[in-house]
Write a protein that binds this ligand. Structure first.
Ligand code: TRP
Length: 331
């Protein structure tokens, strides 16, 4: 099977992206509290571990979203057809894309499927899922959401685009960053374009903590893998056993916070990022937040960015919502 080449330079081989990683590590680890940007969780091993998380009984986001996609795909398609372009941001393993595509009316397909992901391995599997659609061109963008969407949306005139932004990835942005991100999407899109947003809902603390700190330790491995990546790509020599994965529900901010907690006082030397720092025992590196929404807050965030929430479907069992939005005409 052959795939079109990625529309952007491959990242893993690019010095430019390595130095972006180095610069981000330096800047975020120097903050108080110390941080590492969550997008770097998704190297090849991280992406595989994340796929494994999606199989865990305690992480219900993926299955809930899949149920909604399978059930409502025909309605979503009838709301957006005719469709020129289907764009998925953070396509992951491509299974949701495949489920959504197979719910389309027979004979009707978008001209183009554009896949945007920062993980090269995820892009490959998503492209495989999309290549099952006859006569549809699959374009890969090894890029961040914003720059990938801009490239996918394009300059030339085109028909309607539908953007899939699933997996509660919106939840990994704090409220002001979520507003900025959706505002950025609106800038790249045209009136009449659609956005399908998947967001996890607020639920009891016990369920949330099991979803982000599972008894098998897969989520812990996923989080700790970030340290292994620092060793491999930036020449650090961090002992992952010197850290512990911790998930905390912050009720006031409505988010689960993921941390790597230092088990002892230790020095971290990261030559590739040009930094060395001492962590106290119990000091944490904050790697990710996962905000949980109430249904009306989802409508609020899309409306502020210039979209109209046209329909919303919820999975009551797992507490998850899919919201179909349309970009309004500016006035
Ligand atoms: N977008 C996913 C979420 O917030 C990402 C995720 C799931 C995640 N489990 C995680 C990120 C554990 C860091 C650690 O649900």
């Amino acid at each position: 099977m052959t795939y079109p080449p990625p529309a952007t330079a491959p990242a893993d081989s690019g010095d430019e992206l390595v130095s972006q990683f180095a610069a981000d590590v330096r800047r975020h680890l120097s903050k108080q509290p110390r941080q590492l940007p969550s997008r770097y969780l998704y190297d090849a091993l991280g992406s595989s571990l994340f796929d494994a998380i999606c199989e865990l009984p305690w992480y219900r986001v993926t299955r809930a979203e899949m149920r909604l996609l399978v059930r409502f795909a025909p309605r979503i398609w009838s709301a957006v057809l005719p469709l020129d372009r289907l764009i998925e941001l953070g396509a992951g393993d491509g299974r949701k894309l495949a489920a959504f595509l197979s719910g389309r009316p027979t004979g009707l397909a978008p001209q183009r499927v554009d896949l945007v992901d920062i993980s090269a391995s995820a892009l490959e599997s998503a492209a495989r899922a999309a290549s099952a659609v006859d006569r549809t061109r699959v374009v890969q963008h090894h890029a961040t959401y914003e720059s990938g969407l801009q490239a996918a949306s394009g300059e030339a005139p085109r028909g309607r685009a539908l953007v899939l932004f699933l997996g509660s990835n919106i939840g990994n942005f704090d409220p002001s960053a979520a507003d900025a991100l959706l505002g950025d999407f609106a800038q790249s899109l045209r009136p009449g374009d659609a956005l399908l947003l998947g967001a996890d809902l607020v639920k009891p603390e016990g369920e949330l903590l099991l979803a982000y700190d599972d008894p098998l330790g897969v989520t812990a491995a996923f989080n700790l893998n970030l340290l292994v990546r620092l060793n491999r790509e930036l020449g650090a020599d961090i002992d992952p056993a010197g850290f512990e994965h911790r998930a905390v529900w912050n009720e006031r901010r409505s988010r689960v916070e993921m941390h790597l907690v230092s088990r002892r006082e230790q020095e971290l030397r990261i030559p590739g990022a040009g930094i060395a720092l001492t962590l106290k025992a119990g000091e944490t590196i904050w790697t990710e937040s996962s905000y949980k929404y109430r249904p009306e807050q989802i409508r609020g965030v899309v409306e502020r960015a210039g979209f109209t929430a046209a329909a919303q479907w919820q999975d009551a069992r797992a507490g998850f919502a899919l919201t179909l939005c349309e970009l309004r005409r500016p006035h």
